[in-house]
Write a protein that binds this ligand. Structure first.
Ligand code: ZN
Length: 163
């Protein structure tokens, strides 16, 4: 389906998200500077996010290309590279993305397709639906369940900073 708009919570950020290298010839994602078609190449850095979004009826895999990844992450590729270089963990950017995005409520617009692994969606635009934030925070708190009473103030603090 083309030009679909959907909203949902990010339930997870999939491995393979973050900074990647692409072959300069064919744009395939490469590992260790080796393209499976073009052999040894000088990789071109790119950033993408593959997130699982739950729209309330089910989950779908959403791919955010660089420009949108930068928007929803709030960091440019260059800033993410700084994080990568300043941390000994090679997964620093991925871990940061997971911390930052998991639980966030997003609206996306793009094209969806039904594949072997369920619905996958390629985002063409993405934004935070401002009107819904207050409602969603309340729902999120409710979902957190039994701990709510014990650490109510802490949890709501976290919820508000999410927005
Ligand atoms: Zn190639």
């Amino acid at each position: 389906m083309f030009d679909v708009v959907t909203t949902g919570n990010v339930v997870s950020v999939r491995p393979g998200s973050g900074i990647i290298s692409r072959c300069p010839e064919c744009s395939r994602v490469i590992q260790k500077a080796n393209c499976r078609v073009h052999g040894k190449v000088e990789g071109v850095r790119d950033m993408r996010i593959k997130a699982v979004l739950d729209d309330g009826t089910g989950s779908m895999s959403v791919m955010f290309p660089r420009e949108l990844a930068e928007t929803i992450y709030g960091k440019t590729l260059e800033e993410a590279e700084q994080l990568m270089f300043s941390d000994i963990s090679k997964d620093a950017v991925y871990e940061d993305l997971r911390r930052f995005l998991t639980g966030r409520y997003l609206a996306v617009r793009g094209n969806s397709s039904n594949g072997e692994y369920g619905v996958s969606f390629v985002a063409e635009s993405a934004w935070v639906p401002e009107d819904d934030i207050a409602v969603r925070v309340v729902e999120l708190l409710r979902k957190l369940g039994p701990d709510e009473e014990d650490q109510g103030s802490e949890v709501s603090g976290g919820g508000i900073s999410l927005a």
